[in-house]
Design a protein around this ligand. Sequence first.
Ligand SMILES: [Zn+2]
Length: 398
Amino acid sequence: MSRYRLYPTPTQQAALLEQCRQARYVYNLALEQWSMWTPDKGATPGYVEQARQLTEARAASDWLRAGSQTVQQQALRDFHQAVTNFYAGTHQRPTWRKAGRHEGFRIVGQQASRIVRRNRKWAVVNVPKVGRVRFRLSRPVPDAKSYRVTRDRIGRWHIAFAAIPEPIPAPGTGEVVGVDRGVTVSAALSTGELLTCPGLTDREQARLKQLQRRLARCRRGSKRRRRVKAAIAKLHARAADRRKDWVEKTSTDLARRFDVIRVEDLRIPQMTRRPKPKPDPGRPGRYLPNRRRAKAGLNRGILANGWGLLVQRLEHKAAGRVKRVKPAYTSQTCSVCGHCAPENRESQAVFRCAACGHRANADLNAAVNIAAGRAVSARRETPPRVSPKREPQPATSA
Ligand SMILES: [Zn+2]
């Protein structure tokens, strides 16, 4: 994906938002049909059947007919991808697309490659039903068969062309690195480097807290509430931008410096799930403490550090060179003598071997173990079948 900032005029913004609304409407309609379906109605309608129904709906509704058929069809495609991912067990159940949160649509085919370069810094793309929209040429535009237009929560528009960049070639030095992903330290490398993902500064965090308290006092639907919400979204977007930037820089750096990158095979969706309630055996209907708040704090830390994103980007950039290692005991095992015991963890941050006395930063010790670790095979060996019209997907390594 190559993403560029899109600069629509106010009229174009309204037209783009209308397209987003239609894509969202079609997606939600498909989701509604899918979730209300019962076995006595026969087979669940697939993409082909829903696309046929879309043609009927377009004939019946002026509003839908006025929009782009490509946009609406691609929304159905997106929905079917979500269903496929759900059944494959890699993703959660598809959810509703919400206004303000999910603003975007996709254009495919010939019309996606109509780009005119105006000068060194600006180019124009032809968006169906909207017209020619300017975008900033922050890097060369790849030869792509499709693009996606999105609007983030603070109103910035982007255009992303679907093309997979060439992976970064291995340096050929035979060097192996282990990456341990922690909460206090974002990534510890077996080389001894500790990398921290930037988030919000203390001042920004204090401001966020203050805004959240103010939001709680605002009347629902008021102008003030909308203003406060926008300010909060701006801070969140800033943190997300920094996180993304850090992930991109770190993954490129690792892919350039090392031949093999070993990471822990962590299942983030499971780790960040809400803990199960613990019923109290003595008092029916009551519950014992299950450390839910403590885990919520940890979840925030995990997600804030963009763990999943880092590994995903590493697998794109260093395709075939990322190895997943079973994480069991990596934090309790001494990286010098191999002695494995829970007592080795002096504290959350410090590792001290009970056998040989080796003392180190706990995350670094784990990173060295991961670097030496045994790779486990990925969950799926054969790639799933995909439509040739689908956006190209990067090859993931085992
Ligand atoms: Zn030891």
